[in-house]
Design a protein around this ligand. Sequence first.
Ligand SMILES: [Zn+2]
Length: 229
Amino acid sequence: MHVDLVESLRCPRGHADGWLVATADVVSDRRIVRGTLGCPTCGAEWPVVEGEVALDAAAPADHVGAATPTAGLDAARLPTAGEEALRADALRAAALLDLRDSRGAVALLGESARLADALVELTGVLVLAVNAPAGVAFAHTRLRVSDALPLGVGTLRGAHVDAAHGAEDWLASAVRAVEQGGRIVAPTSAMLPGDLRELARDDAEWVAEVRVAASGLVPLRRGGDPMAR
Ligand SMILES: [Zn+2]
C-alpha cells in the first residue's frame, strides 16, 4: 500500500467523508507492507498484510493476502513467455488511458491488474490493483473489495476494468472515482454508463471519458446517508 494512495481511500461503510488513516508497522520504498487502515469516524480497522488490504464494509475476517502465498511483495514474477504480450497490452492500456506523464493514480480491476508491473515501468503512475489475480506481485497498492471501489471522488486519472468488474455497480463506482476528463477502459461486454462519453471501441474493449466530475455528496454505497457526518 503506497502511502501516497492512502488519501484516495474511503471507508466502505457508507457514511460521508470517511477518510482513512494508516498506521505502518513495516514500510518499504514508501509502501506499507504491514500495518493498519483505520476510519476515525466509525472506528473500523482493516489490517494491511503483505502490502494488501481487504477493504470491505464487513469486519475483516481471514485475510486474503495472508492466505495467498503468491500475494507477497517478493512473489515470483509472471512467466517470461507472457512478458512481451503483457508489455504490449500495457502499452495499449497506457495509450487508451492517455497516460502521457507520471501524474496521479490509476486503478486496474481484476485481470487488468496483470498489467500493473509493465504499466508502472512504462508510465510511472501510481497503480492501484483491485482484486488482482494471484501472482500479480507488483502494484503500489493491492485492494480486495467485494462490490465497489472505496475511493474518493475524482481521486483517479483512469481505470481499466476487466469483464468480472464490468457490472453497473462496479462501473458506477469507477466513474465516481475518476476525475473529470479521465478515462475508463472496459470490455465490450460491459454497458457504457450514461455519464461517460465514448471515445473509441473495437472488438475487445471501449474507452470513454468522464464528462462531469461526480458530486462529493453522493454516498459511496447504496443506503448511505449523504447528510450524515
Ligand atoms: Zn468508517
